[in-house]
Design a protein around this ligand. Structure first.
Ligand code: PEP
Ligand code: MG
Length: 299
């Protein structure tokens, strides 16, 4: 069976009726790069950059961040790599940051909220990504957005970083900047967010826990944690629709993107890309290639 799947490594991600989708990989460290290539991913849809910040004594330096992004860009060549700026806080704590203990970490200071409080750290990462951009096909996206003011503040920082690079004549590409929609507030303002962003990425893991108001890590809620709750599905449909109305692409990451039943569902909604664990790519490709959306609609 594995041999049969491996034959699909270079096959196109297209359904029987000709609908195209990009199947991208989620990675959480450099060791994962191998499996991205062996599983024939069209690119990396989510590089979780936390590994660069965790399990160490101090903030990583810009040069260190840059070298990793350059290596990933060079390895992937023309294939797209979406780097998510660091999503610290909640269950991912770096001791050197001395973030205060929180009663409700999942609802607390995490992701972009922390980055906008620690601008020096945030700028270093954005600068490192832009410096590496000339070596491949990079994009950036920002996690845990809830409000327009955050996006405005990020765009100002990005412009300022680019200006700094211009002044020092450091080359970079004008790479796409995307917004993650993984809070209900962001989903409700997704039209406005999509207007401002180059693309939208649906973070289904966090969106589900915040729509259900259930901690995804609480074992007592395991059986009640309904990943296919109509509230979650309707909210995702709304985001996909409003993003397309704004003329932008929508990528889905998070565990739902790799589920057998969800792949036809997302394709039917016109999702542009699905990003998943590398091991899920070939099975997903098989599903995509056997799918006929004309038949899905008739059901
Ligand atoms: C998500 O929330 O769906 C997501 C992709 O981010 P993470 O799982 O890293 O929180
Ligand atoms: Mg998330």
């Amino acid at each position: 069976k594995q041999e049969e799947l491996l034959k699909l490594r270079d096959a196109e991600d297209v359904t029987k009726d000709g609908t195209k989708v990009e199947l991208l990989a989620n990675i959480a460290n450099l060791e994962d790069l191998d499996s991205v290539l062996t599983n024939g991913a069209s690119g990396i849809g989510l590089l979780r950059s936390e590994f660069q910040y965790l399990g160490r004594e101090n903030y990583p330096r810009e040069g260190e961040l840059y070298r990793v992004y350059r290596q990933v860009a060079q390895t992937m060549g023309d294939r797209r790599v979406v780097i998510r700026t660091v999503d610290l806080g909640a269950d991912k704590q770096a001791n050197y940051m001395n973030l205060p203990q929180e009663l409700n970490p999942a609802m607390g200071n995490r992701g972009i909220r922390v980055c906008l409080d620690r601008k020096k750290m945030f700028r270093a990462q954005i600068r490192a990504i832009y410096r590496a951009s000339i070596y491949g096909n990079l994009a950036i996206m920002y996690p845990m957005i809830t409000s327009m003011w955050e996006v405005e503040e990020i765009w100002e920082i990005v412009e300022d970083v680019k200006k700094g690079l211009d002044q020092r004549e450091i080359p970079y590409k004008d790479i796409p900047n995307g917004i993650m929609v993984e809070t209900p507030a962001a989903a409700m303002i997704s039209s406005e967010l999509a207007e401002k962003a180059d693309f939208i990425s649906l973070g289904t893991n966090d969106l589900t826990q915040y729509v259900l108001a259930m901690d995804a890590q609480n074992p007592q809620l395991e059986r009640k944690f309904d990943r296919h709750h109509p509230g979650v599905l309707r909210m995702m449909e709304m985001v996909i629709k409003s993003t397309h109305e704004a003329g932008k692409k929508v990528l889905v990451c998070g565990e739902l993107a790799a589920e057998n039943v969800m792949i036809p569902y997302f394709l039917n909604l016109g999702v542009d890309a699905l990003s998943m664990a590398p091991a899920c790519i070939l099975p997903a490709r098989k599903i995509v290639r056997n799918l006929d959306l004309r038949k899905v609609e008739e059901k």
